[in-house]
Design a protein around this ligand. Structure first.
Ligand code: KIV
Length: 275
């Protein structure tokens, strides 16, 4: 027996087919409730390992575990119906060997029901990307600034400011695309480099602090909503929800302290009146 839905979920090949066409709208999501809100407007919901920093207040994404990614991946799949859900492979779950990567990726796919995984790295990860895609696991690549490498990079600074660095970043993007990635995140690179990579590779590029000429864009949802404590310079804020939430919590605390909290039957009557 199969479970049918009136809405067809986008797949990795659907996103792959958008190269040079309608831009891909992508956002991060870590919860069922944000997934439900974003799903109507997004083609891709990425359960990014940025959740370690955004949700858990960690200093980097390095401590994020496979279990954390699977738990939030399950929530986002449950909360969405149309978008392709991509789950990040956390640091330490894939770098050792293509076989280790397959075991982690298969766990993510089986336990969350997501449609693809994402991993960081260029030339050095090409063999792994080919191994996974040939075995039924769609992979989104991630080049440019790769935050999981923070301990070797030293800081989250933009890549390719010096043109001498461009050939290495271009080679990374090309290797990932040729290995079979269905899309490639290009993070924090100089604008002309982001545009050049987009022209050069066959896979759609999904820019974040890269170039408006990428085949799509992604932002961390909490950054564009003004909920993150530290936001990269390139992020455009579409809302400033922090003060709204603080004001609502303050009003609630005031009511509780003043014992002005309505009884359940009053709340029910108020709702009935509104309806
Ligand atoms: O972890 C994440 O949220 C990401 C995006 C910033 C692309 O990798």
């Amino acid at each position: 027996m199969s479970v049918q839905s009136d809405i067809r979920r986008l797949t990795a090949p659907d996103i792959r087919a958008r190269k040079g066409g309608e831009p891909v709208v992508a956002l991060t999501s870590y919860h069922a409730h944000t997934a439900r809100l974003a799903d109507r407007f997004c083609d891709v919901l990425l359960v990014g390992d940025s959740l370690g920093m955004v949700m858990h207040g960690l200093e980097s994404t390095v401590p994020v575990t496979l279990e954390m990614m699977i738990l939030q991946g399950q929530a986002v799949v449950r909360g969405s119906r149309r978008a392709l859900v991509v789950v990040d492979m956390p640091f330490g779950s894939y770098e050792e060997s293509p076989q280790a990567a397959f075991r982690s990726a298969a766990r993510i796919m089986k336990e969350t029901g997501c449609g693809a995984v994402k991993l960081e790295g260029g030339v050095r990860m090409a063999e792994t990307i080919r191994f996974l895609t040939e075995r039924g696991i769609p992979v989104m690549g991630h080049v440019g600034l790769t935050p999981q490498a923070i301990n070797t990079l030293g800081s989250f600074k933009a890549q390719g400011r010096d043109m001498a660095e461009w050939p290495l970043i271009e080679a990374d993007a090309r290797a990932v695309s040729e290995a079979g990635a269905f899309a490639v995140v290009v993070e924090a690179v100089a604008e002309p480099l982001g545009a050049k990579i987009t022209e050069e590779i066959a896979a759609p590029t999904i820019g974040i602090g890269a170039s408006a000429r990428c085949d799509g864009q992604i932002l961390v949802l909490e950054d564009m909503l003004g909920l993150s404590e530290r936001t990269p310079k390139f992020v455009r804020r579409y809302a400033d929800l922090g003060p709204f939430i603080a004001a609502a919590v303050e009003a609630y605390a005031r009511d509780v302290r003043a014992r002005a909290f309505p009884a359940p039957e009053q709340t029910y009557a108020m709702k009935q009146q509104k309806a």
